[in-house]
Design a protein around this ligand. Structure first.
Ligand code: GRF
Length: 225
């Protein structure tokens, strides 16, 4: 029988192709609010076509680890202090990520610098709670960022999703979301406002990658001349 005239051919034509799941490894170091947000959105269907296949924490005793365990996600602990050299730490991370087939690495409050080897370059995302390149780099994490923003008198802050490279908070920017800095803002109120923007922007970018495929990320990488 000609497969194109078979009775179910019409039905097959009108059925959208089944997309492969975007398999994500999440790197954490702390509270795990970013991880919790992704888990929640995957579970309630707001983030579609994404599966967290591995969580790697650089600390064993943080809330993020509890969140990963509570969600039943595969978890590995890779501590920076267990490795003298950056390369050895990076190899251990790559090994942990490679436990299962993975398409994308998502840094979610991961505080350690690591050397991203060629197979993973352009496939590692980070979110930073400021408008990079401002207020990024070593020492710019947590409340330090928002304190610096308030001290500077900036009237806008926000968050940045970028492809990670081997430097802190560095690499091609995929998207930013701005929020106002208000006159009476404290570190707490600004953290909350930026946090809300982060909880929306990171899943939006992951949804785009799940829909378009990881090759979409290649358009952000400038070819080396
Ligand atoms: C967020 O501000 C995020 O931008 C930064 O880490 C913070 C979240 O940490 N990368 P966590 O997810 O609660 O551990």
């Amino acid at each position: 029988m000609n497969p194109e005239t078979a009775p179910d051919a019409e039905a097959r034509r009108s059925t959208p192709p089944v997309r492969a799941l975007l398999r994500v490894a999440v790197l954490i170091s702390g509270g795990g609010s970013t991880l919790a947000n992704l888990i929640e959105r995957i579970c309630d269907g707001r983030l579609r076509g994404v599966r967290i296949v591995q969580v790697v924490s650089s600390r064993p005793d943080v809330r993020g680890v509890e969140i990963a365990r509570g969600a039943g996600l595969p978890l590995a602990i890779v501590q920076r202090r267990d490795f003298a050299a950056l390369d050895a730490f990076s190899d251990a991370l790559v090994h942990a990520i490679g436990q299962t087939p993975t398409d994308l690495v998502v840094m979610a409050g991961f505080l350690c610098r690591w050397r991203i080897p060629p197979p993973w370059r352009g496939r590692v995302l980070n979110i930073h709670p400021a408008l990079l390149p401002a207020f990024g780099g070593q020492g710019m994490f947590g409340h330090h960022i928002h304190e610096a923003v308030l001290r500077s008198g900036a009237t806008r802050s926000g968050c940045t999703v970028h492809l990670a490279d081997d430097e802190y908070d560095h690499g091609p920017i995929l998207a930013q979301r701005e929020v106002p800095v208000l006159k009476d803002d404290t570190v707490e109120t600004l953290t909350a406002r930026v946090g809300q923007a982060e909880r929306e922007l990171y899943p939006e970018i992951l949804q785009t990658i799940a829909d378009r495929g990881t090759a979409w990320l290649d358009s952000f990488i400038r070819p080396v001349k």
